[in-house]
Ligand binder design. Structure first.
Ligand SMILES: Cc1cc2nc3c(=O)[nH]c(=O)nc-3n(C[C@H](O)[C@H](O)[C@H](O)COP(=O)(O)O)c2cc1C
Ligand SMILES: O=C(O)C(=O)c1ccccc1
Length: 391
């Protein structure tokens, strides 16, 4: 595998900047006024995704883009967004919408965090080190995966003053991993509750996807190859006994950190997670990578938000691809949104710069949509700001 301890020497965003030729073409009359800011770099999220997918090998593209089973959930995550419109509010006098908020006491410049994604070094040598630096620059926060290419400690060192949450899988090593995260300065844990075993990932099977396990073993320093293989099996739930809420309540209660339950899609699961002591929920179907067919995450959001009834904070992910999607999720009950594949596209396309540009573009669109909808601050968003489209 690539030497993960050395930062990438060539930044793909700089090597293959899609705006470069356009910019060169404009240079001749650059003195004149322009309709759009002619800055260098990615102009739109679609450019970032296109470049990311161009650069990755086909099996890694499938690992990234694929869903479980027949991918009905993957499609539903998007069509669920298509069923909502945003209600415009003309002449509302909003010209400087406020996006700042907080999540579990973490101040955020915008209601965004990057989702935990394992195997990050497959996308860019910088992996979550680059993601952490990008979040620090944007005033947003990372959720650092347990199965990432770098250790919790290494990511913490990379952006020492940044806010961070450590993601964990609820298996036997929970106590030791949680203690390590706490020592490294993480302020909360994010426990993935929808992954007792990996989803049935058909694309990975067809590809005989067999990545270097080192990319998933950043938190397994000192382990030899068979140990890493065993760890991976445990992570994927192939050999470890799956936990239940009681077991999680006990272990999480002992760790002394607030924790988030990631992967809640029903009122019942929300109730169980809150009873078990979760301070926040992530309404998520894991980017359609686990149960298929499962409810679209957006369809589950109102039910979960209603069940939580303000007792815990609500994060949302799965299917978010634009700033307008962030608006809709916030309107339907989310306090913050996690960027999953969007963050991976940014990372693959340009490392830290790519993730930063991704967050910037999402925030820019969110601010635009807020102005058009006449919403002055993200805290004011509610169901009255969206409308179900007629079928
Ligand atoms: C490549 C990849 C790896 C992921 N690895 C993890 C993981 O290790 N732990 C976890 O809780 N979620 C993981 N996820 C799920 C994300 O945290 C998030 O829930 C999902 O990507 C959101 O959906 P979206 O990609 O449609 O935005 C992963 C997602 C992707 C795309
Ligand atoms: O691929 C995933 O969605 C995921 O959750 C995961 C879990 C363990 C290792 C790598 C990825």
């Amino acid at each position: 595998m690539t030497d993960l301890s050395t930062p990438a020497t060539t930044d793909p965003a700089l090597r293959a900047d899609p705006a470069e030729s356009a910019e060169a073409a404009l240079r001749a009359d650059a003195a004149g006024p322009t309709m759009y800011p002619q800055e260098s770099g990615f102009a739109a999220l679609g450019e970032i995704r296109d470049l990311a997918l161009q650069q990755l090998s086909p099996d890694v593209v499938d690992y990234l883009e694929g869903g479980a089973g027949a991918e009905a959930t993957l499609r539903a995550n998007r069509t669920a967004f298509d069923r909502w419109a945003i209600r415009p509010r003309p002449m509302s006098g909003v010209s400087a919408p406020a996006t700042a908020t907080s999540f579990l006491g973490i101040p955020l410049a915008a209601p965004l965090l990057t989702a935990p994604f394992g195997g990050d070094g497959l996308f860019h040598d910088g992996g979550h080190l680059a993601v952490a630096r990008a979040n620090a620059a944007c005033g947003t926060a990372s959720i650092v995966p347990e199965a990432g290419s770098y250790s919790y400690e290494r990511v913490a060192e990379e952006a020492p003053r940044a806010a961070r949450i450590a993601q964990l899988h609820p298996f036997d090593h929970f106590g030791e991993r949680a203690a390590r995260a706490k020592r490294a300065g993480y302020s909360a844990l994010c426990v993935t509750v929808d992954c007792p075993t990996a989803g049935f990932r058909v694309r990975n099977r067809v590809n005989r996807f067999n990545p270097d396990l080192g990319y998933f073993a950043g938190n397994n320093e000192g382990a030899d190859a068979p140990q890493v293989a065993e760890m991976f099996e445990r992570l994927l739930g192939l050999s470890a006994p799956a936990w239940d809420w009681a077991r999680l309540a006990e272990a999480a209660g002992r760790c002394g950190l607030p924790w988030i339950a990631k992967g809640v899609l029903t009122a019942e699961a929300a109730e169980r997670a809150i009873e078990a002591g979760a301070c926040a929920l992530v309404v998520s179907n894991h980017g359609a990578r686990q149960l298929d067919p499962a409810p679209a995450s957006l369809d589950a959001l109102p039910e979960v938000a209603e069940a939580a009834a303000g007792r815990v904070e609500i994060a949302f992910d799965s299917g978010v691809r634009t700033g307008a999607d962030v608006f809709t999720a916030l309107a339907l009950g989310a306090d913050v949104v996690l960027l999953g594949r969007l963050a991976v596209y940014g990372l693959a396309a340009g490392g830290e710069v790519g993730v930063r540009r991704t967050v910037e573009l999402v925030v820019e669109e969110l601010r635009t949509v807020m102005m058009l909808a006449g919403v002055a601050s993200v805290g004011e968003l509610g169901p009255r700001d969206v409308l179900r489209r007629p079928r």
